[in-house]
Design a protein. Sequence first.
Length: 242
Amino acid sequence: MAKKLRTLIAANWKMHGDMSWVFKPADFAGLYHADSRKHLDVLICPPATLLGSMLDPEQTGVLLGGQDCHAETSGAHTGKISAEMLKDAGASYVIVGHSECRAAGDTDADVNAKAKAAARAGIIPIICVGETEAERNKGKAQAVVSAQIKASLPKLKDYVIAYEPVWAIGTGKTATPDDVDEMHNAIREQVGAKVRILYGGSVKPANAESLLALKNVNGALIGGAGLEMESLAEIAKAAPQP
Ligand code: PEP
């Protein structure tokens, strides 16, 4: 059942990229192969400055997303971007609760409000959760993630969960397939059969296939390896056929 969900391969460019990074048709040619569009969504979340200049997802099939949003529609919030603004610039997804934003102060309640704002704007939130290394070592990983989901998730029709163990982000350390399998099975119990659950944390071409093959892994959220179109394309190629 779960594998019937479309695979989502999402690249978070974080604070990387200038106008020279804006796609040219040749850049995304390899992101889809054969008839993979039937079962695969490739999503790029560039810095908001580039969003409006990227090629139209309707033409390329490459979806666009924001990296964070404010909970309100508009207002006196210097430096912030609303979900409505992201949508207006071409986004159909937004990442909320990334561990880098949580480390900078976002609480579960903030993440919940941002996810609600995304739905209000008509874009799909990718709600990030994940335990720290200390929490895992104490045997609390599942309890922490379950509590984060409970508190960060408003009542929504359409959303994505990204399980990103904090200790695996940008470190080159990847959770073992067994650990990912165990966590994703637990998340599946919590969110039901229709929600896509992504794994994130040092996903690269060398480990993508074994992670994406797991029953309840419906895609990946990728930092470092998503900055190069070639490695992103390799990861997208590892998406299993339904
Ligand atoms: C991330 O930042 O969400 C991430 C998973 O980064 P990386 O792939 O570089 O570990």
